[in-house]
Design a protein around this ligand. Structure first.
Ligand code: ZN
Length: 509
């Protein structure tokens, strides 16, 4: 951790240098992984572990997204872009027969984790929120100021900036995942050079670089020290470029560098563990791949078989509630309901104020259920459009369904969702098994009055309605017979005077 703190201290001059040297570089171009060689890699390169070859079968690696937003739930990455970046990550690991799949998607609203400047904040986020036996990926806005992303070995988790996984072709995720599998930078050792701006890279390199209070050998062109110098792999070329750089038209650094033997050489701009620009990256070297395959095998988490690896079909998507063109009572709360699509493990829900979903949309998020509650951003007398894209946890290239439903939030302000009434009412048991009685109890309602309730199925049909019940402020008790009700999701809409409560009820077989 100490080395990461050091890196942050070194970032400001590094960034100034970067901007001065390369006009194309954005501030978000820095990998914050700057750690001593892992014990695992040290032993692996010393030959203590048997290298593991490419698996004959695809190894499916469980992966978790922790999508971080601000305290008010805004600022999340657009999940459409997230999936595109995840596909690119998988393409970087495809020829190793390693594929990442989505085991869990969680949302975390906390502004202090959305943008943070210190490794200790990131460590706190990870230690409080990591799950075990899965690769935890925190998708935040600023993972330590100036960074595109980093890997923390102590907590074995990645933090990646939204900006660096949203743009097409960004290889940050594949690079950070390489660190997770214990790979070092191809320019290992040069991360620690404090006076980066003063190093003249074209001059003869020193024999060693001081890194984390250790002397690290500088890799020589003749291959004499490649097993011990830099990243310890002999099939990654000498590389002293600790700043983001652009390759030229023959995919090399524009200047030749000079090794400790005064041999001039060109740095090839192809390796994903270097700092070459995304456009130039080809992937990993064979020795890096074997190391990652061996590290993955040691983790023993890729035990998934990939059964049900079938894309979900957007054409099978049917939106149910609110029915299309519905005018709803004014509410700050709308529940969207759609059908369950075969092979879909997750759904992307999008809500917008126009039918054009191509640009920025009002809301875009992932759920695993077939319902979603929209609680924010709803204005009265406003039309909203929504659509849903199903996707499979292994195969993400599905489409949105053609349907775009619209609803209008309120022509007649007759009822509002009422928090006090909501907390005064209990519906139990829930889930309820078919045939069992469902009890609706109200206690300390705060007011007497006229009550109505309706039971609605997932297609929006009213199955049962009780109207004009007189209840007193102390409470009430109602019972609903569930015999004959098919298993599924239902909604109970309760209105007391002008106050409204909706509850989701699940009937099990
Ligand atoms: Zn890195």
């Amino acid at each position: 951790m100490q080395s990461l703190r050091f890196l942050f201290a070194a970032l400001i001059p590094a960034l100034l240098f970067s901007v001065a040297l390369q006009a194309q570089a954005s501030p978000e171009n820095w990998c914050g992984t700057n750690i001593p060689r892992s014990d695992w890699m040290t032993k692996y390169q010393a030959g203590e572990f048997t290298p593991v070859g490419k698996s004959e079968d695809i190894l499916y690696v469980p992966t978790r997204f922790i999508i971080v937003g601000k305290n008010d739930g805004s600022g999340y990455i657009n999940p459409v872009r997230l999936l595109r970046a995840f596909e690119l990550l998988n393409s970087d690991y495809e020829d190793m027969n390693i594929q990442f799949y989505i085991k869990d998607v969680d949302y975390l609203n906390r502004s202090s984790y959305y943008d943070y400047s210190s490794i200790s904040t990131g460590n706190q986020m990870m230690s409080l929120n990591n799950n075990s036996n899965v690769i935890n990926n925190y998708i935040v806005n600023t993972p330590i100021t100036g960074n595109c992303g980093y890997y923390t070995p102590g907590l074995d988790a990645l933090a990646i900036s939204i900006d660096c996984i949203s743009s097409s072709g960004d290889r940050t995720w594949g690079h950070e995942m390489g660190h997770l599998f214990n790979l070092d930078h191809t320019f290992y050792g040069w991360e620690s050079v404090e006076e980066i701006a003063n190093i003249e890279l074209t001059e003869r390199a020193p024999a060693t670089i001081n890194y984390n209070n250790r002397d690290i050998l500088v890799e020589r062109m003749d291959g004499s020290n490649c097993e011990d110098a830099a990243d310890g792999f002999c099939d990654t070329a000498p590389d002293y470029l600790m700043q983001r750089w652009v390759c030229n038209d023959v995919q090399e650094y524009r200047d030749s560098l000079t090794d400790p033997d005064s041999i001039r050489f060109a740095v090839p701009g192809i390796n994903i563990m270097s700092y070459v620009n995304n456009d130039c990256v080809e992937g990993f070297s064979e020795d890096q791949k074997t190391a990652m395959q061996t590290n993955l095998a040691a983790r023993q988490i890729s035990n998934d078989t990939g059964v049900d690896r079938v894309a979900a079909n957007g054409d099978a998507m049917n939106l149910l509630l609110p029915v299309n063109n519905a005018t709803l009572e004014v509410s700050d709360y709308v529940e969207l309901v759609w059908n369950s699509v075969p092979n879909a493990n997750y759904y992307i829900v999008q809500l917008n104020t126009s039918t054009n979903f191509n640009g920025t949309v009002l809301q875009s998020f992932i759920v695993s259920d077939t319902t979603a509650i929209i609680e924010d951003d709803l204005n009265t007398n406003t039309r909203y459009y929504w659509r849903v894209r199903p996707f499979n946890r292994y195969v993400f290239d599905s489409d949105f369904g053609d349907q775009k439903f619209r609803f209008k939030n309120g022509e007649f302000p007759t009822a509002t969702i009422d928090a006090a009434l909501n907390s005064a009412i209990s519906v139990a048991p829930n889930p309820v098994s078919g045939g069992q009685e469902l009890r609706i109890n109200g206690r300390d309602l705060g007011q007497a009055g006229n009550m109505t309730y309706e039971l609605i199925d997932a297609a929006g049909r009213i199955l049962l309605s009780r109207e004009n019940l007189n209840v007193n402020a102390a409470g009430f008790s109602e019972r609903i017979e569930t015999t004959g009700m098919p298993a599924g999701v239902y909604f109970l809409r309760i209105r007391l005077n002008e106050k409204l409560v909706t509850r989701r009820v699940v009937v099990t077989p």
